[in-house]
Design a protein around this ligand. Structure first.
Ligand SMILES: *Cc1c(COP(=O)(O)O)cnc(C)c1O
Length: 476
């Protein structure tokens, strides 16, 4: 297009000021504020200028674009103000999915968060004396009821930090700074790419003393490595992998006996840290917090948002004298958590005190029976088949397995019924992209070219939304 024609088109574009006086856009200013609306107008006008320059708009098409200008500004505004962090439906069947936010919180947690965090609270205020209090008291009292205030002869207390990585960092730095920590080579784990035991140890200013081999470590290996620089023994739960075959690992009891004989603390990084016996839901070999403390481990660290089912947090439970040293470490101040976390944790722990395990979503999901999942899957299937206009999408029910995930019980699986999607028009990757693009987005499993949905991690009240989203997956 000749330059003169283009400049005539440019002149037809309204100014930002003119648009701000358009009644529809003026309404947006009232509801959403002047600054974001002005910004959206600039973006939309810049896009039009680019399209004119690239000859994508001419005398004919420009008036049509201008006719839709206020709608375009509104779309741009909505998009720019939309939350980036959004809820989604987890149909992967992975109960603790780190990328999907790990444990969903109990509904009652939000009442408590709203009640205490939208105003002032007694977070660090002792209501009896009117003096300054400690934020730990709100949950320490509950942990004492769940873990016992006295375990293997010592008083037990618990403090809360930002996550389990912070808990390990604080424990090592408080109890072993400048000295050596003995750990088995078979336990130098990496979790989720960013948490590596050796890296955390060097940041805690302790020296790692590796003993044994990847597959075999004996208690004598620990004993031989003890010297006058040794500050503690560390045991790390292999939470996201298993070593099978020719293996050997000292039992907790053996390590406890050695630690007591040599007067060294024994710390265990449990990772997930279950507060109930998971054998009741068919998960074996996942150590509980209480098991370790009763066996005589001095300090355990574990996550708040893995098997415990609460908010992101790192819990440190164990011998009160050792916990007190961590509390007085300046790092504790840097790693502490806020009132929202205390409120969510307190609600979660009260559910445990009441034995109301179904109030904790991850426990409820783990306890969900396969026949209940099958019943819901059949309902989804018949809903989708009856509301589909074309017959492009086929649903099939298959036997499968849900996984606990989140660095917990690496080999534990729960029997489930999967919904497999087969679309005659589009492939699995395109189908999964369409599911992710929905509102709300749906996260599914893609296995060997098939989309698989597991309702174990879908809340029952989301079944209808999921069915509707599946029914609309037709078309090419
Ligand atoms: C998950 C895990 C961690 C990290 O916990 P975060 O709460 O994610 O910081 C550390 N150690 C072990 C063994 C774990 O499983």
């Amino acid at each position: 297009m000749p330059a003169a024609n283009k400049s005539a088109l440019f002149q037809k574009l309204p100014s930002t000021d003119e648009l701000l006086h358009d009644p529809q856009i003026h309404g947006l200013v009232e509801s959403d504020g002047h600054a974001p609306v002005t910004e959206s107008i600039r973006v939309v006008l810049a896009r039009l200028r680019e399209e004119i320059s690239a000859d994508q708009l001419d005398e004919k098409s420009l008036p049509i674009a201008l006719g839709g200008l206020s709608a375009a500004v509104e779309r741009q505004l909505r998009q720019s103000l939309r939350y980036s962090l959004r809820p989604l439906i987890n149909a992967t069947g992975v109960i603790l999915h780190t990328n999907l936010g790990r444990a969903p919180l109990a509904a009652s947690a939000f009442d408590h968060i709203r009640g205490t965090a939208s105003g002032y609270s007694n977070l660090e205020f002792d209501l009896k004396t009117g003096e300054r209090g400690k934020r730990d008291v709100h949950v320490d009292r509950l942990f004492q009821r769940l873990l016992g205030s006295d375990c293997a002869g010592s008083v037990i207390s618990t403090i809360v930090v930002n996550n389990n990585a912070a808990a390990v960092l604080l424990a090592l730095n408080s109890l072993a700074e400048g000295g050596e920590v003995i750990v088995s080579r078979g336990e130098l784990v990496e979790i989720g790419g960013s948490f590596r035991i050796p890296d955390v140890m060097s940041k805690s200013n302790t020296t790692l003393r590796e003993v044994g081999t990847t597959n075999r470590t004996r208690v004598a290996d620990y004993e031989n490595a003890i010297n006058d620089r040794t500050r503690l023994l560390l045991r790390v739960h292999r939470s996201n992998f298993e070593i099978t075959g020719f293996t050997e690992q000292p039992s907790v009891a053996e390590l406890v006996a050695l630690a007591q004989r040599r007067k060294l603390p024994l710390i265990e990084d449990l990772g997930s840290g279950a507060l109930i016996d998971l054998r009741s839901v068919g998960i074996n070999g996942e150590p509980g917090v209480l098991d370790s403390l009763q066996a005589g481990v001095d300090i355990v660290t574990y996550s708040g948002d893995k098997l415990l089912g609460g908010p992101q947090a790192g819990l440190i439970s164990g011998r009160a004298d050792l916990v007190a040293r961590m509390r007085s470490n300046p790092l504790f101040r840097a790693l502490r958590v806020d009132k929202l976390t205390y409120a969510a944790l307190e609600t979660t722990l009260i559910a445990y005190v009441k034995h109301d395990h179904d109030a904790v979503p991850v426990l409820r999901m783990m306890r969900l029976a396969k026949n209940e999942i099958t019943r819901r899957a059949e309902a989804v299937l018949s809903h989708v088949e009856s509301s589909q206009t074309s017959q492009q999408l086929k649903l099939e029910l298959l036997d499968g397995e849900s996984v606990v995930g989140g660095g917990a019980a690496p080999s534990a699986v729960l029997p489930t019924t999967l919904i497999a999607l087969i679309h005659s028009g589009v492939g699995a990757n395109e189908l999964s992209a369409r599911l992710r693009a929905g509102t709300p987005p749906i996260a599914a499993r893609v296995e060997e070219g098939h989309i698989l949905l597991d309702l174990r991690t879908v809340f029952p009240e989301q079944d209808d939304i999921l069915s509707a989203a599946l029914a609309s997956l037709t078309g090419n």
